[in-house]
Design a protein around this ligand. Structure first.
Ligand code: ATP
Length: 314
C-alpha cells in the first residue's frame, strides 16, 4: 500500500453552538480540529490507509491539541512542524441546511517551511495538495510549489483539490485560477465542486469543463455534486455515480471524506494505467467514496464524522 502525503493546513475550528445562528450573534463555541488536508489525512487512516500530514501548527496548547487528534486517528505526524506563530483559528457557524459561514485568524499554518528530506519519500507514493489557503502566499505557498516540483520529479501520484472559498478570493478569482493551473496541469486526480469546475474552466456545462480539464492534463476528474453523487470523467468515459440516501445535519468534511476514501483505494493499486483502463473499478472506487461523503454529513464536525472501514463496509 502506498503512503499518501497530505500537505497544507491544520487549524482550530471554533464551531458556534447555536445551530442556525450566524457568527454575529453566536455566543458559545466548541473547539474542533479543522483544515481540509488534515481531514483528508484522517479520512485515509480511519479507512486503514497510510497517511502522513505535512503542515504547521503553533508551539502552543492548541497546536498540541491538533497534533494529538491526528495521532489518535493514526496519521503519521512526524513531518508536521511547529512555529512561534500562534495556531490558526477559524470561527464557524452552520446554518439549517448544514452549510458553513466562517472567518479566519490565520497563524501558524502559513508558516510551513519546505523540507528537502521529504523528497525521497515521495517516490512511488502519493501526494495530495488541498489548496485552500495555501495559495494566499507566505511560506506555505512557497513550500507548496517546491513539494509539488518534488512530487513531479519523483513520479508520485498527484491529487489536487482547489478547495475554493469565495470569501477568501472575492475579486481575486483570476489570481486563484492562475495559481491553480500548474497543479491542474500535472495532477493525476482532480477533485472539484461544480462551482470550482465552472470557475477554473470558464465553462458552464460539465462536458465542456471536463474536456477542458482533460486537455489541460488531469487524467481522472471527479466533480462532487452533494446529494446527487459525483460526476466521474476520464478520457474514455464520463458518468454520474449516485450517492446513498442520508439525512444530512452538517456537510463539513464530506468532500474531504470523499477524496480521502478515493485516495485510500487508489493507494492499494499498482498502476495508474490499469486503473484508468478499468471503468468498472473506477466506478466502484467513486461509489464507495460517495458513501464515505454521505456518512460524514450525518454527524456534526469533520474528523469525528469520518467513517471507519467497518462503517463503510456495512
Ligand atoms: P466541501 O464542501 O467539504 O469542500 P464538496 O462540496 O466537495 O465538499 P460535497 O459534494 O458536499 O463535497 O460532498 C462530497 C460527496 O459526498 C458527494 O459527491 C456525495 O457523493 C456525498 N454527499 C454529500 N452530501 C450528500 C448528501 N446530502 N446525500 C448523499 N451524499 C452526499
Amino acid at each position: 500500500m502506498k503512503k499518501v502525503f497530505c500537505i497544507g493546513e491544520l487549524l482550530i475550528d471554533f464551531v458556534a453552538e447555536n445551530q442556525g445562528k450566524n457568527l454575529s450573534v453566536a455566543k458559545e463555541f466548541t473547539k474542533k480540529a479543522g483544515g481540509a488536508p488534515a481531514n483528508v489525512a484522517c479520512a485515509i487512516s480511519k479507512l486503514e490507509g497510510k497517511s502522513v500530514f505535512v503542515g504547521c501548527v503553533g508551539d502552543d496548547p492548541f497546536g498540541d491539541f491538533l497534533l494529538n487528534i491526528l495521532e489518535e486517528n493514526k496519521v503519521d505526524t512526524s513531518m508536521a512542524q511547529k512555529s512561534e506563530v500562534f495556531t490558526t483559528l477559524a470561527f464557524v457557524s452552520i446554518d439549517e441546511d448544514g452549510e458553513r459561514d466562517f472567518v479566519f485568524s490565520r497563524g501558524a499554518d502559513k508558516e510551513l517551511k519546505y523540507d528537502s528530506s521529504l523528497k525521497k519519500d515521495f517516490k512511488n507514493n502519493m501526494v495530495h495538495f488541498g489548496a485552500a489557503t495555501a495559495m494566499l502566499g507566505g511560506n506555505l505557498e512557497e513550500a507548496y510549489s517546491r513539494y509539488f516540483f518534488d512530487a513531479l520529479t519523483k513520479d508520485s501520484f498527484i491529487s489536487f483539490d482547489p478547495n475554493y472559498r469565495e470569501d477568501l478570493w472575492k475579486n481575486k478569482e483570476e489570481a486563484f485560477i492562475k495559481k491553480c493551473m500548474p497543479f491542474i496541469q500535472k495532477s493525476h486526480l482532480g477533485k472539484f465542486s461544480l462551482e470550482e469546475a465552472r470557475l477554473l474552466t470558464g465553462k458552464r456545462e460539465m462536458d465542456e469543463a471536463c474536456a477542458f480539464l482533460h486537455d489541460t492534463g488531469v487524467a481522472i476528474i471527479v466533480v462532487t455534486l452533494g446529494k446527487e453523487g459525483t460526476l466521474l470523467s476520464t478520457k474514455h468515459f464520463r458518468k454520474t455515480i449516485p450517492s446513498i440516501e442520508v439525512t444530512p445535519v452538517d456537510t463539513t468534511g464530506a468532500g474531504d471524506a470523499f477524496i480521502g476514501c478515493m485516495l485510500k483505494q487508489i493507494s492499494e493499486h499498482d498502476s495508474l494505467e490499469t486503473l484508468l483502463e478499468s471503468e468498472e473499478e473506477l466506478t466502484q472506487i467513486v461509489s464507495k467514496a460517495n458513501k464515505a461523503g454521505a456518512i460524514t454529513t450525518t454527524n456534526f464536525g469533520a474528523i469525528e464524522s469520518l467513517p471507519t472501514q467497518k462503517q463503510l463496509d456495512f
